[in-house]
Design a protein around this ligand. Sequence first.
Ligand code: MG
Length: 138
Amino acid sequence: MIRVGHGFDVHGFSDDATRVLRLAGVEFPGHRGLAGHSDADVVAHAVTDALLGAAGRGDIGELFPDTDPAWAGADSLDLLDAAVALVMAAGWRVANVDVTVVAETPRLAPRRAEMQARLSAVVGAPVSVAWGAPKPER
Ligand code: MG
């Protein structure tokens, strides 16, 4: 049997200049970080929700609530790793992941391979990262 999951997440920018923008476990120095309880890796969060949803194991907010200090500043790849373990414990395995990032900046093309590799190492399956922008990249 094959199940298909769909994850979605949105984070606003943080006013904290010390926060680093992290997407799919990759840091983008010089870009404004996102607001969030964890490292606010919106790409990792969407993938986590897609996998949990496909396996019927709840969602990221339920498993890692933003009211729990344990997840403050958490590396979202660790959350994804925990979700993959739950999915596998339920008898499923990840066959592939396809994720689309919607953002005006930063340019993702130069970091695409790195983002795919970071996610792939955690989920244990091929990952494809693509993107679209509401307005052309600046
Ligand atoms: Mg999130």
